[in-house]
Design a protein around this ligand. Structure first.
Ligand code: ME8
Length: 539
């Protein structure tokens, strides 16, 4: 039996800007974090999962002005769209976040001001004048040398428009952290995942292949030309740069600045704390954030995980193409479990991915309906019809290490999502299910029945039902609704899900928790319907 761990696990999504409507890219990060959070709970960890909205800065201020309303009213309205994706609203994505932080909340302003004060008190902030390029879309400063020219216009390397900004500004002495950051990366080679991104970050801080002193410039961290932000402590003329404000959200939710609180100790000081982000914002998380924290004398997160970018039917998502897909549309069309499954299955985490309806329909039908769904439906209805709806007897060694169950035991040995490779964990589940389907065909329980081999038939059905139990346990983080339905059809009760694990814990994969012969099962019902293209697409 697996030993229950007492480790704390804290996982966060980026906090999303409220100037945009949620799309598949936001849903992807949030679902990935949820799958990991559920996985860790089922594995015995004490988990905290945080998401939220980034509500300050010039970009949001401009969007509010364009809508003709006060920024607070604007953010109150639009942050609901993001809240409705998660557990703090309608929960369209069926996720299990424990908190939702909005940067306009008092608790957050307090945390951001405290972080600023600590950095300032440690001598790392000074007042000066800033003159340079700023992109509102990226909420980022760029050096002249980084800019690209297109049709005579200067643009950020991301293609965003830039404007020349000159104002009094507070500066963070980022240039002084170059060597300390490099030492830190060297000592913590797993700080950034995947490895290619780790190398990218190191190279950025080094200033290229060879170490270039001064590659990191001091960072302007306050603005005076608008006021939609957290006021700088002791100087109300300035608001904080939106990124120093936003990054602090990860501390806010742990109770910071109350560093004596249990939750701060548990989830910031003594946790495996991980920030999951898209590759677009890796630099902020893997360079600025550790430097801010070191300067404030606070512990650093354990890991930054960067994922790739989704395109839609081969095209970049963009406002001008109008091709962004709203998570709600996907869920309405395909179902929430199916959407979660597809996004986690389709790309190796870290790589870019492409969404296409055809690929989605193919996955739903081949993996979920024809493979897992069919296995459960065929097996459970045979038990219903031929075994009086009661778990049949097993061979003495069935739950041990022979035949189908031996094979499945090997597949699920040390079941894990290593390096955020959701696709590989799912592959194991599909391998187990495919083998069970083959066994069903080979062992042909109905043929055994015809031949009067009722006992043998029972043995085969027992092995299949027990395999399905293990498949459903491992499916829980990915497709929680269907996995639970299957487990209920195998005799589990509601109370088995309402516990600290959030479901049937992975320790129950062990043989000692195998199905008990004689237990009566409810009538089965299909859990993964086929997606009928003609019917749906025509409507
Ligand atoms: O950057 N593919 O917020 P944001 C995959 N507020 N993921 C995508 C995506 C795509 N096409 N588009 C967006 C911000 N994302 C800041 C973060 S954190 C302290 C502050 C996801 O609303 C991805 O996770 O622009 C990306 O990092 C995030 O949305 C950016 O969200």
């Amino acid at each position: 039996m697996q030993v229950i761990k007492s480790m704390n696990f804290y996982i966060t999504t980026p906090i999303y800007y409220v100037n945009d409507s949620p799309h598949i890219g936001h849903a992807y990060t949030t679902i990935a974090c949820d799958v990991m959070a559920r996985f860790k709970r089922l594995d015995g960890y004490d988990v905290k999962f945080l998401t939220g909205t980034d509500e300050h800065g010039q970009k949001v201020d401009k969007a509010a002005k364009a809508a003709g309303i006060d920024p607070q009213e604007f953010t109150d309205e639009v942050s609901v769209r993001f809240r409705n994706l998660v557990n703090s609203g309608e929960n369209l994505l069926n996720v299990t976040n424990d908190d939702f932080v909005r940067t306009t909340e008092e608790r957050h302003k307090k945390a951001a001001q405290e972080l600023w004060t600590r950095i300032k008190d440690n001598g790392h902030i000074r007042l000066d004048n800033y003159g340079g390029w700023y992109s509102v879309r990226d909420e980022a400063y760029y050096q002249e040398a980084e800019l690209i020219e297109k049709n005579g216009q200067k643009l950020a390397p991301t293609g965003a428009e830039v404007e020349w900004v000159e104002e009094e500004s507070y500066f963070f002495d980022l240039s002084k952290w170059q060597q300390k950051l490099l030492d830190f990366y060297e000592a913590n080679p797993d700080f950034v995942t995947p490895k290619t991104r780790y190398n990218e970050v190191k190279s950025f801080v080094r200033g290229g292949k060879e170490f270039t002193e001064g590659a990191l410039k001091d960072l302007s961290i306050s603005r005076t030309t608008f006021d939609w932000g957290v006021p700088v402590p002791g100087d109300d003329k300035h608001v904080m740069y939106v990124w120093i404000d936003a990054l602090t959200n990860y501390l806010t939710s742990t109770g910071f600045p109350d560093t004596d609180s249990d939750s701060y100790k548990k989830y910031w000081e003594d946790a495996d704390n991980i920030h999951v982000v898209g590759k677009d914002i890796l630099r902020f998380h893997a360079v600025y954030w550790p430097a801010f924290l070191m300067a404030a004398g606070l512990p650093l997160p354990k890991k930054i995980v960067a994922h790739g970018w989704w395109t839609i039917e081969g095209e970049k998502m963009s406002k001008s193409l109008g091709n962004a897909i709203a998570p709600k549309d996907l869920i309405d069309d395909f179902g929430v479990d199916q959407t979660r499954y597809f996004l986690m299955r389709e790309v190796p985490f870290g790589n870019d991915g492409n969404f296409s309806r055809d690929a989605m329909i193919d996955r739903i039908n081949s993996d979920l309906a024809n493979n897992i769904g069919n296995l459960a439906q065929r097996t459970l209805s045979m038990i219903q019809k031929n075994c009086d709806g009661v778990v049949p007897q097993c061979k003495a060694q069935s739950a041990e290490s022979s035949g189908l169950l031996g094979y499945i035991k090997d597949v699920f040995k040390d079941f894990d999502i290593a390096d955020f490779r959701f696709d590989l964990a799912i592959e194991k589940i599909i391998t187990a299910s495919s083998r069970a389907n083959e066994y069903l065909d080979e062992a042909a329980p109905l043929k055994l029945k015809k031949e009067g081999e009722m006992k043998e038939m029972g043995y085969v059905l027992y092995e299949l039902a027990e395999s399905i139990r293990q498949i459903a346990i491992t499916l829980q983080p990915f497709t929680p609704i269907a996995a639970k339905k299957i487990l209920l059809q195998l005799g589990y009760k509601e109370a088995d899900f309402d516990n600290k694990y959030g479901g049937v814990a992975f320790e129950q994969l062990a043989a000692e928790f195998a199905l008990k012969p004689g237990v009566s099962l409810p009538k089965p019902a299909g859990v993964f319907p086929r997606f009928e293209v003609a019917k749906k697409e025509a409507s």
